[in-house]
Ligand binder design. Sequence first.
Ligand code: GLC
Length: 549
Amino acid sequence: MAYFKDKVVYQIYPKSFYDSNGDGVGDIRGITLKLDYLADLGVDYLWLTPVFPSPQKDNGYDVADYCAIDPLFGRMEDLQELIAAAENKGIGIMLDMVFNHTSTEHIWFQKALAGDLKYQDYYIFREGKPDQPPTNWQSKFGGSAWEYEKKLGKWYLHLFDVTQADLNWDNPAVREELKKVVRFWKQKGVKGFRFDVVNLISKPAVFENDDQGDGRRFYTDGPNIHEYLKELVRDTQIEDMVTVGEMSSTTLDNCIRYSDPAEKELSMCFNFHHLKVDYKNGNKWELMPADRMALKQLFETWQIGMQNGNGWNALFWCNHDQPRIVSRLGSEGDYHKQSAKMLAAMIHLLRGTPYIYQGEEIGMTNPHYTDIAQYLDVESLNYYQILLQEGKTAQQALQVLAARSRDNSRTPMQWSAAEFAGFSEGGAWLSLADNYQQINVEAALADEDSIYAFYRKLIKLRKEKQIIAEGEIHFLEKMNSEVFAYQRTWGDEELVVLNNLTAEAITIPAQLKWQDYEKLLGNYAGDWSLTADKMMLKPYECLVLYQAK
Ligand code: GLC
């Protein structure tokens, strides 16, 4: 079996995980101090979002030095201590490689700005007039994707913030520099890598206006992307490490190629299509209730497509860019526990490697900020202005942010009911969610029936039953938008996973043979109700049935 199929990855946003020195910002020592908690949960890898020196305009995704640690998070010794301590517990550390762009404070960009042509060719500079950007492409954080440098009389490309300048991967010297970075961290004992927006690195040979959109069709899964990934992996010899690419607006065919072992690119891919089913007209900033049918169909297309093509999915609901899933598809009220557990089972038992984002395992929710001053994320602040310019009232714009802001997932981890949720003794860099007195790790550990306990069981089950990692997937009840149901098969074994996506009790047609199956897991105590050929599912109920012939 490929080494990553039966593994579970836990994502840590260090700034918000645990603050060991009371300055209000989480740090690397804080992670080391919580290793017992993570080992007990049972996870195999910890993916840390960037901890490298950075002006923090995009919380570390604006890297100023790839081979050092930002003092905000600690020192290199702290990271080495974490790597060693984690390894003692059988946990590997994965680092986040932000290779599409650097911070404009990176020495390469600084040299480019000072007029050094060698370093200008590290980036994407274009001659031009101050009032005429080279193309009409839009930045993903709002506004033009080009910035004019008066001193040079040139524009540079930034698909994200103006302080995140895109690297020129067509320049072999850039590719060599980035390989050095991977080798550096590999040599430090890191066990895997997450590659940030890696399917955007290959830009077109000619830059032209996009009359149909924001430019993404020219650089998404760009012309040399597969060649560049193969080269990076081959020359740094990371074929046997766990690697995951973040794929922005990608396609199934490309993800098959990125993750088919025969291609020797990456272990697996994140794609985001299933997290856009509540975007009205595909626009993140327009609210709409989630389209459950679309959600089901997207999972089906990707699961079956990746299976047929021998690709491998990274399975996830939450990360540092997404609002909390219980707030989005589940319930923050009466069915908080049930819905959080159902959403966990729904995703963990699909075909792929599951990722848990810090706090997801205790059912953390969006914080419901009501004041723009509570938001810190660059994308949220930019879009707040854009929404106002488009004619929304401040209240309407705040409503959109409350549902869509990336800060929703970045609030400090809720460890206890103590001040600052036990995250820190000194403060919190970002406002906490008010519910930390009820929703916290301490409370979860004291409750045998907690969401945390359920995640723990799911992880344990993956280790016990190979069918979860290896089995084939088939979908059931495809036309019923209220239930997400599938079956896994492997040799003589069969697993049936039924998830009620709604807050109502529902009845679905059932197979009589299920009567003889074993209930492996569920989010309601007691018996399940199969009568004749019907199965009743309580609100947000999930039921995992198993049979070995
Ligand atoms: C990825 C990161 C996100 C960051 C962006 C630019 O999408 O997950 O947080 O802002 O890339 O680096």
